[in-house]
Ligand binder design. Structure first.
Ligand code: HEM
Length: 446
């Protein structure tokens, strides 16, 4: 093991160290440290040692080459509180088994069958939108993607419950991020107002999810739907056992949450960027007119919607819905010649890598054209990783790209959006990168 103990890093405050997430502008703080200290920097947040990696090769070494040395970080581990042991939070053999059960729901043929639901749901949503009205586009996108994921993966209409489910999921995201996520489990039962609200939200979601399971069991033939829920209910382990209702609940909860928030964010940030870059919007409209000529897009249009795809990629470069990934070292290891002790946190940030001038020319500029350039084709694998990478790569990555491109095309050919003057847009790095005050925009029919 190497002799040098820590990489360089910010000066610690006596005893407590550094808590960048509690600073006024955490993204700015992390970025300035990355630029000052280079490929790897270190700080201590209370008792937690944090190693922050700012080079694609180092990120690859954690997510791919030495993935077995690492576990999901404390924040994800603690989200077991409400997500239970679903695909996102589980580890080892249990994770491998669940991934095997879920994977067929994301095969290409399945995706093709989801496209129709995606555009028809968008069509329903659009029919209630009126020229000139103001809406919070972020909330709209959250409801739209929640509808879609519930329909395609579980064949349920959450129509009547969407607002309640979205509200409960929102509340969980808000109250279980940042420092609150590392509260010891015993504290969760205290009668504090925010904990009471979290417990209520979990109960509300449990009701919805157990209801989905009950309804499906009541229908008898669980296989007939061919959706993720059928796959999970039909899955048989080597010992002949099937998933319990509790395991099904954890998986459904995981997919409802992981399967809608991030895609909604990718679109919300896209609407914002388009509203600030009218020439990009004009090029997009041109492509949509040429490829679709006013009709709804479908799966077979995707290869022609190249610019729309580049817009989504570029939007996720500048505003990655998952702004960072973290792992906890399961045992002592070495990164960039530094010893990383067991229990330390290793953080990799899409926000920082995606804006690194070593890899992107004019990195702050929203320029979808860059995705057609040779320089971008030659990027190191982890200079761009909105969906993570290695074995724990987002299982919904292809689905999410297809959904985002189809929704962008379906909506942008009908409406363009203007940010309400004076509405502040502040990205907040909680588990995901959310607009602090939502995204109030005026709808303008195209
Ligand atoms: C733009 C949209 C999306 C983004 C940016 C995104 C991002 C991510 C990232 C970065 C991870 C890796 C987390 C880690 O390694 O710690 C992940 C995992 C995951 N995502 Fe997504 N995701 C998106 C959409 C979706 C969708 C649509 C679904 C499901 C329908 C989904 C389900 C999951 C699940 C279940 C995992 C855990 C996979 C595993 O560990 O095996 N995601 N996602």
């Amino acid at each position: 093991m190497p002799a040098v103990s820590h990489p360089p890093g910010p000066k610690p405050r006596f005893l407590i160290g550094n808590f960048p997430l509690a600073s006024l502008d955490p993204l700015k703080t992390f970025t300035s440290w990355a630029r000052e200290f280079g490929d790897i920097f270190y700080y201590r947040a209370g008792w937690i040692h944090v190693y922050f990696l700012n080079h694609p090769d180092l990120i690859e070494s954690v997510l791919v080459n030495h993935a077995d040395n690492f576990l999901k970080d404390r924040v994800i581990q603690n989200s077991r509180w409400f997500l239970g042991d679903g695909l996102l939070t589980s580890e080892g053999a249990s994770w491998r088994r669940q991934r095997r059960f879920c994977q067929p729901a994301f095969h290409r043929q399945r995706l093709q069958s989801y496209a129709e639901t995606i555009t028809s749901t968008a069509h329903e949503f659009l029919s209630s939108w009126k020229d000139g009205e103001t809406r919070d586009l972020h909330q709209e996108m959250m409801q739209l993607t929640l509808h879609i994921v519930a329909k395609v993966l579980f064949s349920v209409e959450v129509q009547s419950e969407t607002a309640g489910v979205a509200q409960a999921l929102n509340l969980l995201m808000k109250h279980t991020s940042g420092a609150r996520m590392i509260l010891p489990p015993a504290v969760r039962h205290l009668p504090l107002p925010f904990l009471i609200r979290v417990r209520q939200a979990v109960r509300r979601l449990d009701d919805v999810v157990y209801n989905i399971i009950r309804q499906r069991r009541a229908k008898g033939d669980v296989q007939q739907y061919g959706d993720l829920l059928s796959m999970l209910m039909g899955a048989v382990d080597e010992d002949g056992s099937r998933m319990s209702d509790r395991q099904l609940r954890d998986e459904i909860m995981t997919f409802l949450l992981a399967g809608h928030e991030t895609t909604a964010l990718s679109l919300s940030w896209t609407w914002y960027l388009l509203s600030q870059n009218r020439s990009v919007e004009a090029t997009l409209e041109q492509e949509l007119r040429k490829v679709l000529g006013g009709r709804m897009p479908n799966f077979s249009d995707l290869p022609q919607l190249c610019y729309a795809e580049a817009v989504i990629k570029e939007s996720m470069r500048l505003y990655p819905p998952a702004w960072s990934l973290a792992r906890t070292a399961a045992k002592d290891c070495e990164i960039a010649s530094y010893r990383i002790p067991a229990g330390a946190n290793v953080v990799m940030s899409q926000w920082i890598m995606h804006r690194d001038p070593r890899f992107y020319e004019d990195p702050e500029r929203f320029n979808p054209e860059r995705w057609f350039s040779e320089a971008t084709q030659r990027l190191p694998r982890f200079a761009y990783f909105p969906f993570g990478g290695g074995a724990r790569l987002c299982i919904g990555a292809s689905f999410a790209m297809m959904e985002a491109v189809l929704l962008l095309a379906a909506i942008a050919q009908k409406f363009r959006f203007e940010l309400v003057p004076g509405h502040p847009i502040i990205p907040v790095p909680s588990i995901t990168l959310r607009p602090k005050y939502g995204m109030k925009m005026t709808l303008c029919e195209v």
